[in-house]
Ligand binder design. Structure first.
Ligand SMILES: *Cc1c(COP(=O)(O)O)cnc(C)c1O
Length: 371
């Protein structure tokens, strides 16, 4: 971990320190309130639960500290993406999305932007620069892309997009602020699903939008307050708790993924192995240059749909589940979600289990499928 990442992680559990007065609880209190004491015309304090909430403020403060930019919290990753699109785009705009990224982002563009006159095109992540950005108001990348784990050069895309007059949005869900810092690489906006590793316990959905541009923050905040896509205070409280251990969990998960990916390389049951940390991976050099860690997602292909199902279902230290980034290792055969991948394609999310025990369970299940 870089020195700045370490100092960010060290300060995280003490962020509330300066705000405490005598007798205040050290852990964050949960404020469940739709209304507040608000006599007269005074402003500058909490008034109504759609406008503000002290528990959101605390989680946004923590996220802003981690990301290094003002953050606006949302009830899910998709709500954060929607806020960027509906808060910033207008009829007649054209946007560019990854063809191999999270499928619901494309579904949002197809089902809800297009009918309002916002056109979209798609491009593979690995060749996202090809064709330039003329005519686009907004370019949106996901790197590494979920689930294929291709990467694009954020700095180069940001420069080319800005030259063409487009803003760059990066979905940083697969990496978290400890793994990759898109705003430092030139992106205008970062969105992420805190549903995944930042919360980490697979018990809430949550998301955020981050930007160093005050107009962008005002637009997405305005969208949240007006549309009513607000996070619940209890969900915000749980994410605040989860973020306190993100550094430790993410470190364990990324380190274990490096070990497991290297061992998978030589397993006979596997083809198409992708992990940005492998020296032979097509993304490796770029990953070394722009990512602080290589992440905790690994993808590979087993011989058939049944082999992939057997591998996932028979592994004793693995949950068969969609999503990723939880403390437990989980895996999913992504063809069942409609991703354009082979039937035996597996996306593996490495969890926090001790790595030798985890590897033994993975190897035993793989050996079972290839026997
Ligand atoms: C899960 C995910 C989302 C959506 O997050 P939700 O909290 O499920 O709405 C967006 N982008 C990526 C890359 C994801 O993995």
């Amino acid at each position: 971990m870089s020195e700045t990442a370490r100092s960010r992680a060290a300060a995280l559990p003490h962020l509330r320190r300066g705000r405490l007065t005598m007798g205040d609880p050290i852990p964050l209190p949960l404020t469940m309130a739709a209304i507040y004491h608000a006599p007269g015309d005074a402003t500058g304090f909490d008034q109504y639960g759609r406008f503000s909430n002290p528990t959101w403020d605390a989680v946004e403060h923590m996220l802003a500290h981690l990301v290094g930019a003002p953050c606006v919290a949302f009830p899910s990753g998709m709500a954060a993406i929607s806020a960027v699109f509906f808060g910033l785009l207008k009829s007649g705009d054209r946007i560019l999305l990854p063809s191999d990224g999270y499928h619901t982002t494309r579904a949002l563009a197809e089902g809800f932007l297009k009918p309002f006159g916002v056109a979209y095109d798609v491009r593979p992540t690995s060749t996202f620069l090809d064709g330039g950005f003329d005519g686009y108001r907004l370019a949106f990348v996901e790197t590494p892309a979920n689930p294929g784990l291709d990467i694009c050069d954020i700095t180069a895309v940001a420069e080319a997009a800005h030259k063409a007059g487009a803003i760059l949005v990066v979905d940083n869900t697969t990496m978290t602020p400890f793994g990759q810092r898109p705003l430092d690489l030139g992106a205008d906006i970062v969105i992420a699903a805190d549903t995944k590793a930042p919360n980490g316990h697979s018990d809430v959905l949550f998301g955020h939008v981050a930007s160093r541009n005050a107009d962008i923050i005002a637009a997405v905040s305005g969208w949240r307050e007006t549309s009513g896509a607000i996070p619940g205070p209890f969900e915000a409280w749980l994410v605040h708790r989860g973020l306190e251990t993100l550094d430790v969990r993410f470190d364990r998960m990324c380190s274990s993924a490096e070990v497991i990916a290297r061992r998978l390389e030589s397993h006979r049951a596997i083809s198409g192995l992708r992990f940005p940390g492998l020296v032979g991976d097509p993304s490796h050099n770029l990953a070394r240059a722009q990512m602080e860690r290589f992440g905790f997602l690994i993808s590979f292909v087993l011989a058939s749909k049944d082999k992939a199902e057997d591998f996932i279902n028979n592994c004793l230290l693995m949950q068969a589940a969609t999503s990723f980034g939880g403390v437990h290792t989980s895996a999913e055969r992504r063809a069942k979600r409609g991703d354009a991948v082979p039937p035996g394609f597996v996306r593996l999310s490495v969890g926090c289990e001790p790595v030798e025990e985890l590897w033994q369970a993975i190897e035993a299940s793989l050996d079972g499928t290839s026997g």
